[in-house]
Each structure stands twice: as structure tokens, then as C-alpha cells.
Design a protein around this ligand. Structure first.
Ligand SMILES: *Cc1c(COP(=O)(O)O)cnc(C)c1O
Length: 470
């Protein structure tokens, strides 16, 4: 590449014109016989010389501008980039002897978002069009029943009730289990706010408990300690694709007569001791929001193995209206229905879920290699016994106490790194419900989600990071 930019001071203007025409970079570096830089000439300079009727047989050395830009090898990226302008995007780099040994080229950096749905490789458009053309665009239609049965089968559960979003899935799970005012529901400190908001909307009292050091999921010990006479349910969250330690959680719940609602919004397909998450507790809740592993735009689902709960969820989903008597309402219901259009996309996404998982898994492995040299970066555990996590967003901890600086550096390079959720206990709205939060405070202050696009080539990111000095 450097070769295509170099010409000798004795070369004719015509010769340099050809060189620039071939390299397509609009510029040439002029050197003497010892490769020392004499000047830089651009296609604009040549154009002006031609217009001044300067003979094209003249040696280029005769027509060099006094002022030109160059840099030195070993300078920092900041120094190098500071010399670029709209006009000067490429310039030579010299060794201590003044010889041209390299060049710097400004490349406008691509924006890398934290995630992006993967929608164009399968049957998404085909099924969506089919649903549209069928005119079944509202909340009845074959794609809904198909999505429910296929997704629940994928999760090893008997029943699936599709919803308008994952938050409604949690809300209807609570409603169908009759959880309301006076009841306490235990939730982990590290989660997305929907987990606790739905408890509050149900009129129940959330109790926030700490997480495990290694899995970042709800601590079974803390769960056990937080139980009171009023506790009715627990919502373990399989955070960032990592399964909770379900055996002790289920055992404690059964001993205390508590319902278990799994929040699996971030963990489609993750397994605990060989069993898919969501199918272990009484009800499992999923989200198909745009940034989740598979998406329907907005969407959600409750899965269960209990046919009574399946009936209750369907009742609550559709205004609480009796199945046998139209406009007769048995409970105070919701409208939580999903559309056939969304479900059509969901069916197509589900067909490709293993491919999507595999690409995310590969990306996570690439990240682990890329960041291997940085011993202050600690990735999410993927080796916990009995837990098969999936890759939702690739996560790591920045353990040198400078997480925010780290994030800012990437943001400045248009790489969308995200700090973890603020722990619930740290937010004014929820702090008063805190039972314990020691580990979660620390983990959340160190954690970042890094861009996890199924199509991201980690080489692209590596290139972008090359000169950042993270
Ligand atoms: C995304 C998410 C939800 C809510 O799902 P929506 O479909 O956005 O309503 C609930 N819990 C967790 C842990 C989530 O990540």
C-alpha cells in the first residue's frame, strides 16, 4: 500500500499523475534516492500545474509546495488524528532518519450499536407478508397458536401464552397466581426494572435480595433469609443469559409454599441441569423485545406445565372474559394480546434460534480472545457446574475501578458499550424495599455489556480499538 503512494523527486509530473490515478488516494509522497521525504503532492496541486501550462515532463521535485503535513512513527493516535482535516486524510510517517516508512489514513469510524435484531436471513418477511395478506392482522390467527406451541416446545414446557410484551407476561403471571396487596414477592437486586415494577403494579410488596458473586443471579441463601409470613412468590431472573441456581431456589420455595415465577426475558434456551429455564418454576416469562435473543418487535410469552395456569393466563390476557359467555367477565383482566403479525415474525425467528445462539456464542468466544491480554477484565462465568448459559449480551467486569472511563473511551470511538443496570436498591424509587445488596452493588458498578450483534465481526471492533490503548 505504501508503495502505491511513493514517487521519486526526479519522476515526471505525468508519471506522478498516473501514480495518483492508480492509487485512488488523491495524493503522492515525494522522496529522494534515500527515501527521505521531500514533499507531498496532491491531485489538486497537479490540476493547478496543468492549468498553469506547466510541462508534464518536468520533474515533480521542481514543483513541491513549501508546506505539507507529515508525522513520525510511534506517535499516539490522538496526535496523528489531530493533523487530519477535511482536505488532509492521508499523510506520510517518517522514521528518525526522515525516511518515509509508513503513512496515516483517517478512516471515518463506523458506529457499533450494543445490539441489533437479526431479521433478514430467514422467513421473517415471508411469514409477515403471509399474515398481512391473510388479513388476520389482529390477535387471532394461525401464527399465534403456532408460535405458542413451537416456543413452549422449544422450552420443554407444555403450554405457552403469547403476550404483547415481556412485562405483561410478568404481570399476568402475578395476576393468575392471585398475588396482590399484602403479599411479598422476592426479586433480585440486579435486573431490569420491569421485574419489580410488575410486583408494585400488582399492589404487592417487593423484597430486593442480593446476588451470587459468580453467577450474578439471585442468591438462594439471601432468598431464604428474606422470607416472611407474607411472602407468596419469588422471581428469579436468569440475568444476561445465566441460569439461576434453581435446585435450592425450588426447594426453598416448596418448603415455604411459594410460587416461582422465572424471569427468563434474557435467557431463551439457557439450561439448568439439562432443563430449559422458564420451564422449572410455576410460570416462566419471556420477552421478544427488539434487543432480546429473538424478537417480535414487542412481544412476550408465559410458559407453564399447569393447565389451570394456562387457562388463567388466557383469561387475564383477554379482559378476563369468560370463554363460554361473551362479554361476561370473570376476573379483572388486561388486554395483553399479541398480534398475528408479531407472532409471524416470532415463528421465523424461532426457526433460526440455534443459528442465532451459535453466532452469539462465537462472538463471545472472540471477545474473550480479544480481551485476553487485559487482566483487569473479567468475563461473565460460562463454566458454572450444571448451568448452560446462553449469550444474550456479552458481559464483563472492569475490575480496576475505572469502569466509567473505560466505557467513555469506547463511546468516543462510537462503540456502544453499556454499563450494567443500576441495581434496584440504588434507585430512589425502590431503595426502601431492599433486604440485602452487598454483592450486587459492587458487580453492577463494574459491569459492562459490550456490542453483541449476531453479525458483528470482532475483527472490525479490534481494528477500531487498535489505537485506543484501553
Ligand atoms: C426485557 C426484560 C423484561 C421486559 O420485557 P419487555 O418485553 O421489554 O416488556 C423483563 N425482565 C427482564 C429481565 C428483561 O430483560
Amino acid at each position: 500500500m505504501l508503495e502505491s503512494l511513493l514517487c521519486n523527486e526526479q519522476d515526471s509530473l505525468l508519471c506522478v499523475l498516473r501514480l495518483i490515478d492508480n492509487n485512488g488516494l488523491g495524493t503522492a509522497f515525494v522522496v529522494d534516492d534515500l527515501s527521505r521525504l521531500c514533499g507531498v503532492i496532491t491531485d489538486g496541486d497537479l490540476r493547478r500545474l496543468v492549468m498553469d501550462q506547466c510541462p508534464l515532463t518536468d520533474p515533480v521535485g521542481k514543483h513541491l509546495q513549501k508546506e505539507y503535513v507529515y508525522g513520525r512513527v510511534g506517535e499516539s493516535y490522538e496526535q496523528l488524528i489531530s493533523r487530519t482535516t477535511d482536505m488532509i486524510r492521508i499523510y506520510p510517517l517518517l522514521d528518525p532518519g526522515g525516511r518515509v516508512v509508513d503513512f496515516f489514513e483517517y478512516q471515518s469510524r463506523v458506529h457499533i450499536p450494543v445490539t441489533k435484531p437479526d431479521l433478514l436471513l430467514g422467513n421473517e418477511l415471508k411469514y409477515l407478508t403471509d399474515a398481512l395478506l391473510s388479513t388476520w392482522i389482529s390477535s387471532s390467527g394461525q401464527y399465534i397458536t403456532r408460535f405458542e406451541s413451537e416456543f413452549s416446545r422449544y422450552c420443554d414446557a407444555e403450554f405457552g401464552v403469547a403476550m404483547a410484551n415481556g412485562t405483561l407476561a410478568l404481570q399476568l403471571a402475578l395476576a393468575s397466581l392471585n398475588i396482590g396487596p399484602g403479599d411479598e414477592v422476592i426479586v433480585p437486586d440486579l435486573t431490569f426494572a420491569a421485574t419489580i415494577n410488575t410486583v408494585l403494579h400488582a399492589g404487592a410488596i417487593p423484597v430486593i435480595v442480593d446476588i451470587e458473586e459468580e453467577s450474578w443471579c439471585m442468591s438462594p441463601e439471601q432468598f431464604s433469609s428474606a422470607i416472611t409470613d407474607r411472602t407468596r412468590a419469588v422471581i428469579p431472573v436468569h440475568i444476561f443469559g445465566q441460569p439461576c441456581d434453581m435446585d435450592p431456589i425450588m426447594e426453598i420455595a416448596r418448603q415455604n409454599n411459594l410460587y416461582v415465577i422465572e424471569d427468563a426475558a434474557q435467557a431463551h434456551g439457557a439450561k439448568y441441569k439439562g432443563q430449559k429455564v422458564g420451564s422449572i418454576g410455576d410460570i416462566g416469562c419471556f420477552s421478544f423485545f427488539g434487543n432480546k435473543v429473538i424478537t417480535t418487535g414487542e412481544g412476550g410469552m408465559c410458559i407453564t406445565n399447569d393447565s389451570n395456569l394456562d387457562d388463567r393466563l388466557r383469561l387475564f390476557r383477554d379482559h378476563g372474559m369468560s370463554k363460554s359467555k361473551r362479554y361476561w367477565h370473570e376476573v379483572i383482566g388486561f388486554n395483553a394480546r399479541i398480534t398475528n403479525l408479531q407472532a409471524a415474525i416470532g415463528c421465523a425467528q424461532l426457526e433460526r434460534i440455534e443459528v442465532i445462539h451459535e453466532r452469539r456464542r462465537k462472538l463471545e468466544a472472540d471477545y474473550r480472545c480479544l480481551f485476553e491480554p487485559y487482566d483487569y477484565l473479567k468475563f461473565q462465568r460460562n463454566d458454572l457446574v450444571g448451568r448452560e448459559k446462553i449469550t444474550w449480551l456479552v458481559c464483563m467486569l472492569v475490575t480496576n475501578g475505572r469502569r466509567d472511563e473505560f466505557v467513555e473511551k469506547f463511546q468516543a470511538e462510537h462503540v456502544d458499550l453499556r454499563p450494567f443496570f443500576f441495581p434496584l436498591s440504588s434507585q430512589d424509587l425502590y431503595a426502601k424495599y431492599t433486604f440485602s445488596n452487598e454483592v450486587s452493588q459492587r458487580i453492577a458498578s463494574q459491569g459492562v455489556n459490550v456490542p453483541t450483534l449476531p453479525s458483528l465481526e470482532v475483527e472490525l471492533l479490534a481494528k477500531q480499538l487498535e489505537n485506543m490503548g484501553v
